[in-house]
Design a protein around this ligand. Structure first.
Ligand SMILES: [Zn+2]
Length: 404
C-alpha cells in the first residue's frame, strides 16, 4: 500500500471543478473533499499546515525578521562590489551574487531553509534573517512535531520533497528538480521505494501572480497537472491512497498602494512585503500618531494588542515590528521588497478572507465515512492526514481531524 501526498500550491477552491481538473474532481467525488480556509497573512504557511499548529506555538509565519549579526550581515564584505555592479546596470548579476553569497553562509552553518534576497535593498539585507533555520521537510524543524517527524517516529518509510530539498528517514539532501513535471517524474520514482511520498508542486503560484486567477494560463497548468497526476496514480502497481491539498487560492488585484510616503518619517527600519509591512519606529512615542494616519488611509494594523488574538501570531518585536500593517484582499503594496515591477495580476497572503482565497483538500482511498469535509482550516491538514492513516495525532496540535 502506498500513500501519495501532494501539496498543489495556489489551487483556489473556486477553480476546482470537473471542467478544469476532471481526474482530481473524480478523486474528490469518490473520496472526501472540502475547501480550506486560509491562515491569515502567512508566508510560511507550510510550517502550520504540516505541523497542525498555529504560529503561536512555533512563530514561523514571516519569511524575514530583524536580527543583529544575521547570516545575511556578511553581505557587508561584498557591499561595495554589489553597488558597483548596480551602477554599471548589472543588477541581475549583483542580485545573483548576493543570493549565492548569503545562502552559502547558511549552508555552511548547517541550515536547510534557503531564500533569495528578492528585491530587499542591498544596504538593508544585513539587518534581516530568514525566520526559520530548517526546511519543513527536514528533521525536527520546529519546537512541535511535523507530519514527517511523526512518520519517522512510527518507522514509516517516506520521502518528502520541497525545492531544493528532499528528506527521508535518514536525512535531508538537495534535489534541484525545478519544474513541476520534473518533480512529478521524481515522485513516480520515489513511490517505488517508499510507502509515503510527499511533494510540493509550486509553479501555479507564479503563473497566477503573472496572469491572474482563473486566467487561461493558470487553468491550462491545472489541466496539465491533472493529467500528469492521473498518469502517476493509474500506473502505480500497488493500492494507492491519495491526499491532495493547496495552501491558498488568490484574488485579482484591483488597487496598488504605496506605503513609503506615509511611514518614511516615522520608521527607523521597515520591511515591505506584497500584502503586509513591518515597521520599526524611530520614536516609539509617535506610535499612536502613525497608527491614526495609517488607519485613516485604510490599512489594517496589528501589534501587541491584537496580533495574538486576531492572527494567532505571537507578538515579538523583531518579527512583527512596532506594528505590522496589512492591505485588504484585492489590494497590493508596491514598491515592495519582492518585485521589480508593480504589475501583478493576482495576489494572496491577506489577513481577511474571501472565497477565492480558499484552498482545497482531497482524501481518496482511505475507507472514510466522510464525503463532504466542513469548516476545514489549513492547520487541520496534518491531523486530518494522520487520522485518515489511522496514526495517533500529537496532543500539541491546534488543528482537528476533519475526516472519519
Ligand atoms: Zn504566491
Amino acid at each position: 500500500m502506498k500513500t501519495l501526498i501532494l501539496f498543489l500550491d495556489a489551487i483556489s477552491s473556486t477553480d476546482f471543478n470537473e471542467k478544469n481538473c476532471p481526474f482530481l474532481w473524480n478523486l474528490a467525488r469518490n473520496g472526501a473533499y472540502g475547501s480550506t480556509e486560509i491562515i491569515p497573512s502567512c508566508y510560511h504557511t507550510e510550517y502550520s499546515m504540516l505541523s497542525g499548529c498555529l504560529p503561536l506555538k512555533h512563530n514561523t509565519w514571516t519569511w524575514f525578521y530583524l536580527k543583529k549579526n544575521s547570516s545575511f550581515s556578511k553581505i557587508k564584505y561584498i557591499l561595495p562590489l554589489l553597488k558597483l555592479l548596480e551602477k554599471l546596470k548589472l543588477k541581475k548579476i549583483a542580485r545573483n551574487m548576493a543570493d549565492v553569497y548569503i545562502n552559502l553562509f547558511r549552508l555552511f552553518s548547517g541550515k536547510t531553509r534557503f531564500l533569495k534576497s528578492y528585491r530587499i535593498p542591498f544596504e538593508l539585507i544585513g539587518d534581516f534573517e530568514i525566520a526559520v533555520d530548517k526546511s519543513y521537510v527536514d528533521h525536527n524543524p520546529l519546537p512541535v512535531p511535523t507530519l514527517f517527524d511523526v512518520f519517522r517516529e512510527k518507522g514509516i518509510r517516506y520521502a518528502a520533497m520541497d525545492y531544493p530539498t528532499i528528506s527521508n528517514n535518514k536525512g535531508t539532501f538537495f534535489y534541484f528538480g525545478k519544474s513541476d513535471f520534473k518533480q512529478l517524474r521524481k515522485v513516480n520514482k520515489l513511490l517505488r521505494k517508499n510507502s509515503v511520498v510527499y511533494a510540493h508542486i509550486w509553479e501555479l503560484d507564479a503563473i497566477e501572480h503573472k496572469y491572474g486567477l482563473h486566467s487561461k494560463e493558470a487553468l491550462e497548468h491545472i489541466k496539465k497537472l491533472d493529467n500528469r497526476i492521473k498518469e502517476i496514480i493509474s500506473s502505480c502497481k500497488e493500492k494507492i491512497r491519495v491526499i491532495i491539498f493547496s495552501d491558498h487560492g488568490g484574488c485579482n488585484v484591483k488597487k496598488t498602494r504605496n506605503i513609503l510616503p506615509s511611514i518614511k518619517d516615522y520608521s527607523e527600519k521597515y520591511f515591505i512585503g506584497s500584502t503586509d509591512a513591518q515597521i520599526w519606529l524611530k520614536e516609539p512615542s509617535k506610535k499612536d500618531e502613525l497608527k491614526k494616519i495609517l488607519k485613516k488611509e485604510g490599512y489594517l494594523i496589528y501589534d501587541e494588542e491584537n496580533i495574538g488574538k486576531e492572527l494567532k501570531i505571537p507578538y515579538k518585536r523583531d518579527f512583527v515590528g512596532d506594528m505590522m500593517i496589512a492591505v485588504k484582499p484585492e489590494e497590493q503594496l508596491y514598491p515592495d521588497f519582492f518585485r521589480d515591477t508593480g504589475k501583478v495580476a493576482s495576489m494572496h497572503g491577506y489577513t481577511e478572507k474571501m472565497p477565492e482565497l480558499n484552498g482545497i483538500f482531497i482524501a481518496n482511498g482511505f475507507d472514510l465515512k466522510t464525503r463532504k469535509i466542513k469548516d476545514m482550516k489549513l492547520y487541520d491538514i496534518m491531523p486530518t492526514i494522520l487520522n485518515a492513516m489511522k496514526i495517533k495525532i500529537p496532543e500539541v496540535c491546534d488543528g482537528k481531524p476533519r475526516v472519519k
